[in-house]
Design a binder for this molecule. Sequence first.
Ligand code: CP
Length: 317
Amino acid sequence: MPERYIFPHRHLLGIEPLAPEDILAILDQAAAFEEVCERPEIKIVPALRKRLIVNLFFENSTRTRNSFEIAEKRLSAEIINFDADASSLSKGETLIDTAKNLEAMHPDLVVMRHCAPGAHVLLARHMSASIVNAGDGAHEHPTQALLDAYTLRKRFGSFDGLRVAIVGDIRHSRVVRSNLWLLTKLGARVTLVGPPTLMPEGLTATWPSIRISHSLDEVLSEQDAVMMLRCQFERGTGAFIPGQGEYVRFYQLNAERLKRCRPDVAILHPGPINRGVEITSEVADSPNSLILDQVTNGVPVRMAVMYLLCNARNEKA
Ligand code: CP
């Protein structure tokens, strides 16, 4: 990394455009902010004082939305939470007009979750604020992949040769796309596991180093980490599988399968969990599970993203 590294991106629209050193810079900055989050009393720094951040969530969220808001508060930013249901979108105002009107109020940074892949690119074209993608359709969820990576680095120290299986509803997952970019850029050995119908075509054309398997039982014992994905029934997963019982039989991570993993295997899940579908409670709540660590780590990781983006704007101004 150069002696004085400056984060070179104005937006975080996805992991795809990031270089490995950008990802590592975010993880290193997050480690510094983790110390702030773990202080017994004053968990606040003035890093983004007088910066205005707008949170625009057009889709439901528990983890991401609250994590961003806590991260913004820890950085002393001023926050506007845009309520899509109470906005003029319900009167037919377009996303572009919404963006232009928000722009007129001069925010420094906008965090958006939207059901349309690429909606963030549109926003970035019409706003001078930095845009952070908090999930766009089945495209990317970059801060989820960054917090997953932060969690894995804390546990294993490095990504080089780390064996990570990502299991389940690959077709509908934005988390998997961001993780594929991130983990392959950092040298992890990724295996995707799921039924053929939930495995879109062309994955190995985009990520040639990955392996694809349709048998969880065949690959489990080799993995350092297993990331289970939620079956996204609200996005139509049910139409791609014969039935939930069949899916559970072949792809659920349960206590029996956990016994066949390495004793120190790390179990991850981005949440929300369908308990009893892709993972059982015994596994989700087991000592191998890092699922709540992922949530904890989301705050310093999002602090790092917003801090680096605002700093990059400062340097360029
Ligand atoms: N992991 C994740 O994006 O969770 P939420 O949908 O609750 O934000």
